[in-house]
Design a protein around this ligand. Structure first.
Ligand SMILES: Cc1cc2nc3c(=O)[nH]c(=O)nc-3n(C[C@H](O)[C@H](O)[C@H](O)COP(=O)(O)OP(=O)(O)OC[C@H]3O[C@@H](n4cnc5c(N)ncnc54)[C@H](O)[C@@H]3O)c2cc1C
Length: 383
């Protein structure tokens, strides 16, 4: 299908594909095998301007939108869903500053994120606050000149390799959701420590760990938005970023599909390529169609966000859960098309299958996405 990309978007897409093919692909199997996060490669993304895309021009960015971010995300994910995750979470950790930050915060942090000097992360989840993010227990109690931050965040992507973190904490636990506030915290501040690196099923090239805050002083000027606005900022951030998870899922599915299609045309059984078997070619036709449907939803959602629509929760949730369900199914089917070889680590599809699973879970599980969609359906009905 034709997506009518502009010349600029096509150039960007080609640059992302080249980087993925030439720089990520040769490393992906070893990164997965060794559970290794390629910090140098992520720095290289910065040097090649991939981090500038979504940063406004006034802060040394390119001022592009979610569409361009998704184009790059899809290309990186087509090769490795782990490396691409580090890239997209940098955007997740930056967007609250872009949208809600003060002029001073933007000037201080965004040019460094744009250049790749700083990598960003977003810390909301806690042991007892996953889908129910309103249940966070981390506190940021007001003190002279700022706040004292105490608590533990879990499963944080870009964990200890990030430089700057948007952290959600309550300034007043008695106020529940209305006490939750967003802060910018820098690596190296006294009392800010990291847990052990998590060992994961997939996206093993991303670094994931706990963040431990032991009486960390956060200056007043590092609060994002008004006290009590943090939950809204977090939800707005997810509405904005979930399309990107859709693009990650889409890229993983596309990569697995291409591997299995290529294999099906080469693998000879019963004297002919297995693609000649109707059972196999129908499976591949279904995979291609599901991917194209996911791509339509993802880029439609991205265009809706970039058009400045106010209510983007439904389209981004639809894009995220549809594309991630497609990714899990397509990567499984890719293994099926390739039979026993697909199950082996000699081919990348078993890794793609493991990488795909997370896209149904993070930034809100697909059950939560369906709730978001259903709530919006009811709201639209009552208008
Ligand atoms: C690899 C990885 C990276 C991550 N990166 C980050 C990060 O960078 N920053 C961050 O803040 N968080 C991060 N997370 C956390 C992630 O967003 C949460 O894991 C996710 O939101 C689900 O929360 P949970 O794991 O506590 O599951 P739970 O909330 O305990 O859910 C368990 C099951 O119950 C279902 N469920 C729960 N409530 C409902 C409901 N109301 N209706 C229907 N079903 C429900 C869920 O869908 C799920 O199937 C990451 C997680 C992982 C695994």
């Amino acid at each position: 299908m034709k997506y009518f990309w502009s010349h600029e978007q096509e150039v960007l897409q080609k640059a992302a594909r080249r980087f993925a093919e030439e720089r990520i692909k040769p490393l992906r199997a070893a990164l997965d095998e060794n559970d290794e996060c390629p910090v140098d490669l992520i720095k290289e993304m910065g040097r090649l301007d991939f981090m500038r895309i979504f940063i406004p021009k006034e802060y040394d960015g390119m001022g592009m939108g979610v569409t361009e971010l998704c184009l790059v995300q899809e290309e990186f994910s087509r090769v490795c869903g782990g490396v691409s995750c580090a890239y997209s979470v940098n955007a997740l950790g930056s967007y609250p500053i872009v949208k809600w930050g003060t002029e001073e915060q933007k000037k201080k942090y965004l040019p460094k994120i744009a250049s790749g000097e700083y990598l960003a992360a977003f810390a909301l989840t806690e042991a007892e606050a996953g889908s129910d993010a309103s249940a966070i227990k981390t506190t940021a109690i007001p003190c002279d000149g700022g706040y004292r931050l105490n608590g533990t965040k879990i499963f944080i992507t870009n964990g200890s390799i990030a430089d700057v973190y948007v952290v959600l904490a309550s300034v007043n636990p008695k106020k529940g959701i209305r006490g939750i506030t967003a802060f910018i915290v820098e690596k190296g501040w006294q009392g800010f420590h990291f847990g052990e690196k998590e060992r994961k099923m997939g996206i093993r090239a991303t670094h994931t760990c706990d963040l431990l805050f032991d009486d960390v002083f956060v200056p007043e000027e590092n609060r994002i938005g008004a006290p009590g606005r943090g939950f809204l900022i977090a939800m707005d951030n997810f509405d904005h970023s979930r399309t990107g998870v859709g693009a990650q899922a889409l890229g993983i599915a596309q990569g697995a599909f291409e591997e299995s299609l290529h294999y099906a045309t080469k693998r000879i059984q019963f004297g002919q390529p297995i693609f000649a078997q109707q059972a196999v070619k129908f499976m591949l036709a279904d995979m291609a169609t599901q991917i194209e449907a996911a791509r339509s939803l993802v880029y439609n959602s991205a265009a809706t966000v970039d058009a400045g629509e106010k209510r983007i929760g439904k389209c981004s949730a639809m894009a995220k859960y549809f594309a991630s369900d497609v990714a899990v199914k397509v990567t499984m089917d890719a293994i099926q098309v390739m039979g026993g070889y697909g199950y082996m680590k000699d081919y990348p599809v078993e890794k793609m299958c493991r990488d795909a699973k997370i896209t149904q879970i993070y930034e809100g599980t697909n059950q939560i996405q369906r709730i978001v969609v259903a709530q919006e359906l009811v709201r639209e009905l009552s208008k």
